[in-house]
Ligand binder design. Structure first.
Ligand code: ADP
Length: 178
């Protein structure tokens, strides 16, 4: 685990399950366009949240790559779920910009809702095929760029499922903030 503070905002990287982050106000879903349960992160979040989340999502879908929408968290221990549609790598272009849009739009939604703590998975790096290291650089650069605008958000947590992924996050967080 690595933790750094930039302008009073903490960024931390941990290994874990995005659906089990009880101390976070919001968790981010690596959603699909239809906001359906599916597999990976979306499957874990919908499974833990229960069918009420799927019902709340239905009228909000479809969403576009880079877009983020916010819902309640239902049976999850959080206040909200922020659903982001990451780009499919090599298909939704420009992938870099669309991935940055996800992180920026999710942070702005958290801010607009007065949330203090938000946890992100590694959006687009599973089924959507984005190389983890490039995706991590985009996530970190977007956090650093957005932090000066944040007032309510004080904690950003990156939750990695796999330990090799956490190592990459730890290294790149160390590079953006020493
Ligand atoms: P995408 O479709 O945006 O690529 P995925 O859900 O397939 O999203 O995967 C995104 C990343 O989340 C992958 O790196 C995967 O290893 C990781 N992941 C899968 N399940 C979980 C979970 N329960 N908590 C945190 N990360 C997860």
């Amino acid at each position: 685990m690595t933790q750094r503070t930039i302008n009073g905002v903490s960024i931390e990287c941990i290994q874990g399950d995005i659906a089990n982050q009880p101390d976070m106000d919001a968790i981010v879903n690596a959603a699909n366009a239809e906001l359906h349960p599916g597999g990976g992160v979306a499957g874990a979040i919908h499974h833990a949240a229960g069918p009420g989340l799927d019902e709340e999502c239905r009228p909000l879908a479809p969403i576009r790559p880079g877009q983020a929408v916010i819902t309640g968290a239902h049976n999850l221990p959080n206040r909200h779920v922020i659903h982001c549609l990451g780009p499919v790598y090599g298909v939704d272009e420009p992938s870099d910009k669309l991935l940055a849009d996800c992180y920026r739009n999710a942070l702005r939604l958290a801010e607009q809702n007065g949330l203090g703590a938000i946890a992100f998975p590694a959006i687009s790096t599973g089924a959507f095929g984005f190389p983890l290291e490039s995706a991590t650089r985009i996530a970190m650069a977007t956090f650093v760029a957005e932090i000066p605008r944040l007032e309510s958000v004080k904690r950003i947590r990156c939750v990695l499922f796999q330990s090799p992924d956490l190592k990459i996050y730890d290294r790149l967080l160390g590079e953006v903030a020493r």
